[in-house]
Design a protein around this ligand. Structure first.
Ligand SMILES: *[C@@H]1O[C@H](CO)[C@@H](O)[C@H](O)[C@H]1NC(C)=O
Ligand SMILES: *[C@@H]1O[C@H](CO)[C@@H](O)[C@H](O)[C@H]1NC(C)=O
Length: 485
């Protein structure tokens, strides 16, 4: 059937066909039918519901239960049944039951205690049995016996299974929509409107791609008050940070890496995950009760921070204006020095080199002493690059040694560093030596050959290369502020 006739026309045809033999005596009725066809589209459509009655009392006397309301279908002769349900059930929530109250299902089973219920005259004590297929049947186990019996449906409002949200209604397990109506399936839209169509708010989705060759905190975006369904993700060794309006770090601030978990901020719960992937995510349902500032703590070149949230329409304009006024995305780094931490500050556990490979004894002799604050300062200020790196490999040649490193955190950088770099050191036995698989703080110079064909990072003899530690990290950050300008 590819052709769907106009309903009014269809109605007219049906009416004429059914009435043809006695058309004339019924002319007034025919006219009436035609009129109602015009008005209602189909004379033999469904009947009409009466308005809903009032809600019944809650099925339980404490805790959760259901209440029901009814309506009736009013039909003219020939009209079909009304569409929709004649009963509507909603969850009612009374104050919690006092401790020790017999659960509703237990109570229903216990009604059969001491009564002969099976064919024999034997009686049993009945307790709920939760292993049967239909959770909304009153399945009760005969205590001390290895059988259960189904006594039909449980009463409306009985929890389907203990500790879950669903409630049994007319033998079916239903859960409430956001309108509180059981089985309605109505959901809250992204704007927080029950049964809405996502049209009272706007979706903001962007990627912050500033390369950021400098270590430290960078502003990514403001997340205005009222934002919902916030998601942020990034894949690198950088870290997401979240700041409240008062400048308080919810996550990853103040030189301490926060553990993955749930954090309370701006009236919502922020779920923070971090995997060795490496990948980090932030998620919050919102709505936020105040503005939040999303930052990224750069330790290596930024591959992109993806963020999205939903904003009430009226907040979108001000948000755009604010972001534009701030000139974001930023081109300059956000200088935020981390002060040397007092002793009780927790040590960042995963920043400590995890593995130390066992190496054959080193044939090289001892190196000159290159410790001390003056040495650090000299090299920090005189270098083109200062960064934290993990040594991935070492290749010794006759005249020089080449280290392959993964750049983890950049403190100072004249030109952008890539995630993986070669660092060259003079000689077969460079000083100080770097051991593979360990993490160092390195101060390097950029060495460009006169013909411009080679551009290298050079670790000078007796230069600055120290095993990374939180303390050394603090000292380097301090040195950064002591350099002559
Ligand atoms: C609202 O948006 C979400 C996410 O894009 C989508 O899953 C959902 O189906 C939308 N709801 C409506 C009613 O369009
Ligand atoms: C980052 O954002 C905050 C809050 O809006 C602002 O105070 C700060 O100046 C921003 N930093 C930079 C470098 O723009």
């Amino acid at each position: 059937m590819a052709i769907h006739p106009d309903p009014a026309l269809h109605c007219l045809l049906v009416t004429l066909c059914s009435l043809k033999p006695r058309l004339f005596p019924l002319l007034p009725f025919l006219l009436w039918t035609l009129l109602s066809c015009d008005l209602r589209g189909a004379a033999q459509g469904p009947g009409e519901w009466t308005p809903w009655g009032s809600w019944s009392r809650c099925s339980s006397s404490c805790g959760r239960g259901v209440s029901v309301r009814r309506r009736q279908c009013v039909r003219l002769p020939g009209e079909e049944l009304c569409w929709g349900d004649s009963h509507e059930y909603r969850v009612c929530q009374l104050p919690d039951c006092p401790p020790g109250t017999t659960p509703f299902r237990d109570l229903q089973c216990s009604l059969y205690n001491g009564h002969p219920v099976l064919d024999t005259q034997k009686t049993y004590q009945w307790v709920p049995f939760h292993g049967a297929p239909n959770v909304c049947d009153l399945n009760c186990l005969a205590e001390g016996h290895a059988f259960y019996h189904s006594f039909g449906r449980v009463l409306d409002g009985t929890p389907c299974t203990p500790g879950t949200q669903g409630l049994c209604v007319a033998g079916r397990c239903l859960s409430a929509g956001c309108d509180g109506i059981l089985g309605s399936g109505t959901l809250e839209d992204r704007c927080g409107l029950c049964g809405g169509a996502n049209d009272s708010c706007l979706f903001v989705q962007r990627v912050f791609r500033d390369a950021g060759a400098f270590a430290g905190f960078w502003n990514v975006t403001l997340i205005p008050e009222g934002a919902r369904h916030i998601r942020v993700a990034q894949r690198s060794h950088n870290h997401l940070a979240l700041v409240t309006r008062g400048g308080h770090y919810v996550l990853n601030g103040d030189g301490v890496l926060s553990p993955p978990g749930t954090y309370e901020a701006a009236g919502t719960r922020v779920v923070y995950t971090r995997s060795a992937g490496p990948e980090e995510t932030l998620q919050a349902t919102g709505p936020t009760s105040q503005e939040l500032l999303l930052q990224v703590l750069l330790r290596e070149p930024n591959p992109g921070v993806h963020f999205e949230f939903w904003l009430p329409r009226e907040r979108y304009g001000p948000f755009q204006a604010q972001v534009q006024a701030l000139g974001w995305p930023l081109r300059q780094p956000q200088p935020r020095e981390v002060e040397p931490q007092p002793a009780e500050t927790p040590v960042v556990p995963e920043a400590i080199p995890a593995r130390v490979a066992s190496l054959p004894p080193d044939p090289c002799g001892p190196c000159p002493d290159s410790r001390g604050r003056a040495h650090r300062l000299l090299h920090y200020c005189g270098s083109d690059f200062v960064f934290q790196a993990r040594v991935l490999g070492r290749h010794r040649q006759a005249q020089e040694t080449r280290y392959e490193v993964r750049v983890l955190l950049i403190y100072k950088s004249r030109t952008p560093l890539r995630t993986r770099e070669y660092v060259w050191a003079p000689g077969h036995c460079p000083c100080p030596p770097l051991a593979p698989h360990r993490e160092y703080l390195l101060a390097a110079r950029r060495l460009v050959s006169p013909d411009g064909t080679q551009d290298r990072l050079l670790l000078p003899h007796a230069g600055y290369a120290r095993l990374w530690s939180p303390a050394e990290d603090s000292r380097v950050r301090l040195a950064a502020r002591r350099c002559p300008v």
